[in-house]
Unconditional design. Structure first.
Length: 578
């Protein structure tokens, strides 16, 4: 896009914008001839009124009309070509940024989700729509308006000054519209995004909302930002509509004033009737870009906001640098003095935690809610970065692996399982469009989910989609475990893996853990329920984010029971008798 359309921004955005400079020059070249051909109508009217009508020559009228038809045809072709070029510029812009922004949205949302980040792809679409819209042509047509004003001055200086004053008035109206509508439009966008985010939450948890009689309360809470967005949108529309009406009225008045002033000048024998008509047509052409910009102002404002949001996102999330390919690691994990502070918070959720995990071992991480178990899981999978300390996999720090490669070596079963639209096989294959059938079935068998999946309506080809099939929490958890094992990871992190499992599911999980240990994989299990740590060799006890105990399971449990007994046996303070 022209460099002044979206000033500033991120270096990546500027680079992509400048990569299509040759296409912008092409559009500018076509705009040169297209705007020159805009003089066809005024010149035609000038010749008809001053030459044809005066001479009465039909041959001249026919020749001028044929020439007019040819020139208008060329002008239409040039306008069509530059429109197609700008459409492809917009498509290239979106295609060049789709992957980068998608990656940035996922990475930032995994760490600290917010509504602005979730709207980044819509922001990209808003910029792309502006590039492809007619309003972008204003940037190419507006520089030619002085030529039309100069032509009006040639007809008569009074008409020229009338046109300049009218154009200046329209510019003032445009600037006032921008200033007055900026704040309500920003509020409408922010409130609208909040309403959409909340409605998505309600849609995902619709079963719970319906079961617990929360519809009215949810509607009222959703209606608050929705109403705020509607109110701000009405305010924006009122402001823009007011200025649009003023612009339209002023433009019509200026054209009539040009005719009236031109007629007076004709009566004074200071110009011809053809010049009067041509001046009116030129005024309309000179003011057309300003009127188009004002009519499409909301599109331009939304695109500028989107450009700014995208620039902020790309500044906050730098592209991942290529990593040297390391060999597949052994299942040896070393955590030293690990401190993790959740994004946006100052107090650490994990405080100087250290432990070692050897190949073929299973470590259970236990502790009360809020003790830091899930925080540790996010750190071990590379989602949250250490504030201090280190996590090393087979001697290499986690950040020495690219995030995609790390995901192959460290399988993860989160506390909340989310399956995506697609078949069971595609979900196990981590959304691959061409799942490796052998790896899918192998992962399902290792997760003890093969028989369960065969019992689904179409087995591995069963489509998971809202409204078509419902899976229980236990079924989803076992499919999620198969997904974690699909890439043949050396370490598997399980966050509350049996929270939705019945007795048979827990037995299948324990069997799967035994098999992973036998294959020299390492397993970390964040658990509340004792059944989840039956196959654990060692236990890590967390309390308030700090390590309380770490060692062989039986010794740690015995120590916990001993401490618990001592606490229970301690004399209770007596209450004073009044």
């Amino acid at each position: 896009m022209p460099n002044d359309a979206f000033p500033g921004g991120n270096d990546e955005l500027r680079k992509i914008r400048n990569s299509t400079s040759s296409l912008y020059f092409s559009v500018g070249f076509f705009s040169l001839f297209g705007n020159l051909l805009m003089l066809t109508g005024p010149l035609y009217m000038l010749q008809v009124y001053d030459r044809v009508l005066g001479s009465g020559s039909e041959e001249t009228l026919i020749a001028l009309s044929l020439l007019l038809l040819f020139l208008y045809g060329v002008m239409g072709l040039l306008d069509y070509v530059r429109g197609r070029i700008m459409a492809r510029v917009g498509a290239r812009f979106q295609f060049a940024l789709d992957g980068r922004i998608f990656d940035a949205v996922v990475r930032k949302s995994a760490v600290a989700p917010d509504t602005k980040t979730s709207a980044a792809l819509q922001d990209l679409e808003s910029v792309q729509r502006l590039i492809m819209s007619p309003v972008m042509m204003v940037a190419f047509d507006l520089p030619w308006s002085p030529i039309f004003f100069a032509a009006i001055f040639i007809f008569h200086p009074i008409l020229g000054w009338l046109a300049v004053i009218g154009a200046f008035s329209l510019v003032v109206i445009t600037v006032a519209n921008q200033i007055l509508s900026r704040r309500p439009q920003a509020k409408a966008a922010a409130e609208g995004q909040m309403a959409r985010a909340f409605s998505d939450q309600i849609r995902i948890e619709a079963e719970m909302v319906q079961a617990m009689g929360m519809r009215d309360a949810a509607f009222k809470r959703w209606r608050y930002p929705r109403g705020g967005a509607l109110e701000a949108q009405l305010r924006t529309t009122d402001i823009s509509g007011t200025f649009t009406s003023i612009t339209k009225t002023l433009r019509l008045f200026l054209q009539s004033a040009m005719l009236g002033m031109g007629a007076w000048l004709v009566l004074q024998n200071e110009m011809t009737a053809g010049g009067m008509i041509a001046g009116s047509i030129l005024l309309g052409r000179a003011l057309a870009p300003v009127e188009l910009a004002l009519g499409q102002w909301q599109v331009a404002q939304r695109a500028r906001t989107g450009w700014r949001n995208i620039a902020q996102l790309l500044d906050a999330v730098a592209p991942e640098e290529p990593k040297t390919a390391l060999p597949k690691p052994r299942a040896h994990l070393t955590v030293r003095a690990l401190v993790i502070a959740p994004p946006g918070e100052k107090l650490p959720a994990l405080k100087s935690v250290s432990f070692t995990l050897e190949p073929g071992q299973a470590v259970g991480v236990i502790g009360a809610s809020g003790s830091g178990k899930s925080t540790l899981a996010r750190a071990l999978t590379g989602v949250w970065q250490p504030s201090s300390g280190s996590i090393r996999l087979d001697g290499a720090a986690l950040d020495q692996y690219g995030s995609e490669i790390l995901g192959l070596h460290v399988g993860y079963l989160p506390q909340r399982i989310q399956l995506f639209d697609g078949t069971v096989a595609e979900n196990i294959a981590r959304l691959s469009t061409q799942p490796d059938t052998e790896k899918v079935i192998s992962a399902a068998k290792r997760a003890a989910a093969h028989e369960m999946i065969l019992g689904l309506p179409r087995g591995y080809d069963t489509v998971i989609k809202a409204g078509q099939i419902r899976l229980s929490g236990g079924q989803m958890q076992r499919i999620g475990l198969a997904r974690a094992l699909y890439s043949d990871p050396v370490i598997v992190v399980l966050d509350e893996p049996n929270s939705n499992l019945d007795n048979s599911g827990s037995l299948a999980l324990n069997h799967s853990i035994c098999q992973m240990k036998a294959e020299n994989r390492s397993v970390l299990i964040m658990a509340h329920r004792p059944a989840a740590i039956q196959q654990c060799d060692r236990l890590l006890v967390l309390e308030g984010g700090a390590r309380v105990a770490f060692g062989p399971r039986e010794e740690v449990l015995a120590e916990l029971v001993k401490n618990h007994t001592q606490i229970q046996a301690a004399p209770k303070p007596t209450r004073a008798v009044r």
